[in-house]
Design a protein around this ligand. Structure first.
Ligand SMILES: Cc1cc2nc3c(=O)[nH]c(=O)nc-3n(C[C@H](O)[C@H](O)[C@H](O)COP(=O)(O)OP(=O)(O)OC[C@H]3O[C@@H](n4cnc5c(N)ncnc54)[C@H](O)[C@@H]3O)c2cc1C
Length: 389
């Protein structure tokens, strides 16, 4: 078998990459190790409306809920409400990712991509200026040759390692997460909810994302370098305190890379997209939107390289340029902010939230709010200077 491109992993990044390659006239194979695309879900499923609509028309079948903003709670319980625009790109729609991921893979297939599920990539090697990818399907091993591999194999990516791209994650570059899909709980369904505090979630936060009437994804992310116990213990304590009467109908565990911008996501004949390239937002942990953007840029770059007959790292650097220009700087900046945030004690977090609670947040820009914050708490200036760069 020979293809122009083999895409490894059918998450949002891989499916958008495969669809883009197919639309550009390339022969493309999308392989997914799981037997069902999209399941089990390892996500709180939030995405900004504009981010989603940039790639797909929203459909009722994969949207579980629509929210108007976010409510944020300080360690002392102080509450602030953010509009959707201010809350960041994880707020707007709450998806049904089991349906959404499958829908994206179908779009890729309809555009002409071949799709193989229950098929794992287990190795790759260079061959005649291209790549030989080793695949395993139901116990049987076989090889596929291609000019370009797009590694969209998520946070545990092996493609990056095989290609020699440095994507290593230290303990303070990961959020370790556990989430329950809960039912029979009371909350304001118009908002996504976030709780901060070193006792609640060291180096991370607790979230509640609505999924229809009295159902929600309730989860926690903690930084393993700061948390003294597993994330499940933090979540159980939170649930016991706040939603003790609810029922847990699904459990999800997973990690999110919060490394920020990596130097390159490219090697000869290889590009990495999404979590494999550490594209998730270091503050929120959201990665669906950037994975889709990266998938698109990788597809466009693959088409150009194949047309040119040169799939070397030098040519594929155009992909680095594209994702870095779009969201790379944002990742780098947010990583700096996140490093400050995780060091703040609860008293400082409370002070900040009290000041924010006094601002009329719907009307002012983030920059203006931060300036007001610094004016009110000059001692925090040094810690917060990165916010306003
Ligand atoms: C608990 C939790 C909550 C989250 N909440 C949000 C949220 O609310 N909003 C948001 O935007 N992001 C969220 N994220 C992050 C988000 O899930 C990821 O950033 C996003 O899924 C990345 O997409 P991707 O396509 O890069 O990778 P994935 O969606 O991880 O897809 C990778 C795919 O590759 C497959 N694969 C892996 N190895 C191989 C192999 N060797 N061969 C074949 N296939 C392989 C996997 O099975 C998987 O299907 C959350 C993450 C976690 C863990």
């Amino acid at each position: 078998m020979r293809y122009d491109v083999v895409v490894i992993g059918a998450g949002p990044g891989g499916s958008v990459a495969a669809k883009t390659c197919a639309e550009k006239g390339l022969s493309v194979l999308l392989v997914e190790k799981r037997q069902e695309i999209g399941a089990p879900v390892r996500c709180a499923e939030g995405i900004g409306k504009k981010d989603l609509e940039r790639f797909v028309e929203p459909k009722k079948k994969f949207i579980a809920a629509e929210v108007v903003g976010a409510k944020i709670y300080a360690p002392d319980g102080t509450e602030i409400t953010l509009t959707e625009e201010m809350a960041g790109n994880e707020v707007g729609y709450v998806l049904e990712r089991k349906v959404f991921d499958r829908y994206l893979a179908k779009l890729a297939a309809n555009a002409g991509a071949d799709v193989m599920v229950k098929t794992s990539a287990v190795g790759m090697e260079k061959k005649d200026g291209g790549v030989k990818v080793k695949l395993r399907r139901m116990g049987e091993e076989f090889e596929v040759e291609c000019s370009i591999v797009i590694g969209a194999d998520g946070v545990e990516s092996r493609v990056g390692k095989w290609a020699g791209i440095d994507t290593t994650l230290k303990l303070d570059e990961i959020e370790s997460c556990v989430q329950y899909l809960m039912t029979g709980i009371d909350f304001d369904p118009e908002y996504c909810h976030f709780w901060f505090g070193n006792k609640i979630a060291p180096g991370g936060y607790v979230w509640l994302f609505p999924k229809g009437n009295s159902s929600a994804n309730v989860g926690v992310g903690v930084m393993p370098s700061l948390a003294k116990k597993p994330p499940k213990d933090f979540l159980d304590e939170f649930v016991e305190r706040n939603y003790g009467k609810g029922r847990i109908v699904e459990v999800v565990a997973g990690a999110v890379p919060v490394k920020g911008e990596i130097e390159t996501a490219v090697a000869d004949n290889v590009m990495l997209v999404g979590d494999a390239a550490r594209h998730a937002d270091p503050i929120t942990g959201g990665g669906i939107a950037n994975a889709m953007k990266a998938g698109y840029y990788a597809g466009v770059t693959a088409a150009e390289a194949i047309e040119k007959g040169d799939c070397s790292a030098k040519t594929l650097r155009k992909y680095d340029e594209r994702w870095k220009n779009d969201f790379g700087k944002d990742l780098a900046k947010k990583r700096k902010i996140q490093q400050k945030l995780v060091k703040m004690d609860d008293e400082t977090l409370n002070k900040i939230m009290h000041t924010l609670a006094e601002c009329r947040l719907e009307e002012i820009s983030v920059r203006a709010i931060l300036k007001a914050l610094i004016k009110k708490h000059p001692k925090l200036l040094w810690d917060l200077k990165d916010f306003i760069i």
